[in-house]
Design a protein around this ligand. Sequence first.
Ligand SMILES: NC(=O)c1ccc[n+]([C@@H]2O[C@H](COP(=O)([O-])OP(=O)(O)OC[C@H]3O[C@@H](n4cnc5c(N)ncnc54)[C@H](OP(=O)(O)O)[C@@H]3O)[C@@H](O)[C@H]2O)c1
Length: 290
Amino acid sequence: MKVLITGAGGLVGRALVEHCSASGDKVKAYDHAALDITNADAVESVIVDPALNAVINCAAWTDVDGCESNREKARDVNAVGPANLARACRKAGAAFITISTDYVFSGFKEGFYTQRDQPAPLSTYGYFKLEGERNAQQEHARTIVVRSGYIFGPGGKNFLSNVVSRVERGEKLKAIGDYWGTPTYARDLAMRLRELAVLDLPGIYHVVSAGDGASFETFSMEALRLAGLDPDAIEVVSGDSLKRPAPRPRNSRMKCLLSEAIGLAPLPSWQEGLAHFIATQYSDRLQRSV
Ligand SMILES: NC(=O)c1ccc[n+]([C@@H]2O[C@H](COP(=O)([O-])OP(=O)(O)OC[C@H]3O[C@@H](n4cnc5c(N)ncnc54)[C@H](OP(=O)(O)O)[C@@H]3O)[C@@H](O)[C@H]2O)c1
């Protein structure tokens, strides 16, 4: 495949560049400095190659609380950006894949969100990510929207990616025990993104690691157990006690109605992903503790 990746410097972007390169693809990787997806002219000037099979958009403004106080930037990056990319893909004849979020849902449902559930975002971030999905689909019929959530992996700036390193440094952490999602290993998400690009079947997919999901507390405890660290470093708190600017869905666990129907195997469980993440990122510490 010939694939162009935006947001290539982020958590998912890096995992995807690595996976596509290892799969033998011709990869054009653009980090934020190389391509600003809010700049329609810049986007059109790089998506021109008629031999390009797919563009995979990993760029987003992922500061959920920041989005509450800067709606314009949230809209530009998360809603206008995907529209720019989708339009350019239509003109160039490439498939377009863009990543969206579990935060398009309100979280009031019990159980798992599927594609049959109506999105009803609570936050500005979720609102504009949903607008980004719809903009892209309107601009280009060959759009694949991949909703994921609670993503963790090497180089991630978010809580789940950093539990082990922060506790190793001696920090005490607050982990939310009463909000649930489906943790997703960036490496496995990257593998599925590429599979979807090859299949080129437009639609909305929910891509998460297998299993029943987890709270931040459950995830953190498992991470510390696997790394041989003291679980007492975690203080369990309620999500509402943190008084964060952006409301989050209390339950945003997702399942996909389409993936298995088109012959895709479930991703490995988040526990397997986490074990791989810790074994590869913290091998020194694991060797010291045996
Ligand atoms: N992480 C999660 O738990 C999670 C959950 C659900 C969905 N998602 C979605 O997954 C996708 C990947 O997120 P991630 O976790 O990899 O986040 P990330 O690590 O924050 O990566 C996002 C990347 O986008 C870049 N970016 C920001 N504004 C840009 C712009 N205008 N033009 C080009 N690049 C820009 C950022 O660069 P700078 O940092 O230099 O600005 C960053 O490298 C996003 O669509 C996100 O909404 C993430």
